[in-house]
Design a protein around this ligand. Structure first.
Ligand code: ADP
Ligand code: MG
Length: 240
């Protein structure tokens, strides 16, 4: 589904990604972990062109997205993203948030967008909240709306950048449960997370980034029980 070759990203003189090679299969769930500042968000943002890679190539479904003249909005339609801080439209209701892009970008009728939006709200357990405004929701509810909103574009890949890091502990579970059910449904997912239990349980693979390099690319069993690199061992000692 995704192939990444020699991906580099610099901001001025700062080399943030230093040549990443990897690929993600259809239906695979990949957890991206590593210390703060290691380039995890930048890596994820390159996958939907929120950042423009400095060098290297990315293919999504056999289509190179790093080629000149690519339609960035088409790429983003197909690669949904969920952020730490939800980024909901504050002046739109829950359902309004969800139907906006399908109507505006895809030209879907309001009736169809609402029908699909209600199904998605059902899926994330928020059918009763469709007319609420975001500021009336808990953090966990906001994040579940954000997931439903991203899914409304029917993406083939979903990216999550620390989706539970801004949540109170009691709300983390409800968001992880939605992500788990999405994973079980066969969605291709790349998730930056500090939830090691979740990564171990749900991910098919762990990518460990450090200093802009992909240091380990391993199964969860392998990574958590016998990490090969000293850096991963040090990291795990701190977080587990
Ligand atoms: P992580 O998500 O692993 O914490 P990031 O990808 O956010 O790391 O950041 C990696 C490095 O790139 C950090 O040193 C950060 O300050 C820098 N960085 C990220 N985005 C920008 C930007 N837009 N401009 C300049 N530096 C950036
Ligand atoms: Mg980050």
């Amino acid at each position: 589904m995704i192939k990444i070759e020699n991906l580099h990203k610099s901001f001025g003189k700062l080399d943030v990604l230093k040549g990443i090679h990897t690929s993600i299969k259809e239906g695979e769930v990949v957890a991206i972990i590593g210390p703060s500042g290691s380039g995890k968000s930048t890596f994820l943002r390159c996958l939907n062109l929120l950042e423009t890679p400095t060098k290297g190539q990315i293919w999504i479904k056999d289509k190179e997205i790093t080629t000149k003249g690519i339609d960035i909005s088409k790429v983003r339609e197909n690669v949904g993203m969920v952020f730490q801080h939800f980024n909901l439209f504050p002046h739109k209701t829950v359902l309004g948030n969800i139907i906006y892009a399908p109507m505006k970008v895809k030209g879907i009728s309001k009736a169809d967008a609402e029908k699909q939006g209600r199904e998605l709200l059902e899926m994330v357990g928020l059918a009763a909240k469709e007319n609420q405004y975001p500021n009336k929701l808990s953090g966990g509810q906001k994040q579940r709306v954000a997931i439903a909103r991203a899914l409304a574009m029917k993406p083939e890949v979903m990216l999550f950048d620390e989706p539970t890091s801004a949540l109170d502990p009691e709300m983390v579970k409800e968001v992880l449960a939605v992500m788990k059910s999405l994973a079980d449904s066969g969605m291709t997912m790349a998730i930056v997370t500090h939830e090691m239990g979740f990564a171990r349980e749900v991910a098919d693979r762990i990518l460990f980034l450090d200093g802009g390099n992909l240091i380990e690319d391993a199964s969860p069993e392998e990574f958590f029980s016998t990490p090969k690199s000293q850096r991963a061992q040090d990291f795990l000692e701190k977080v587990l």
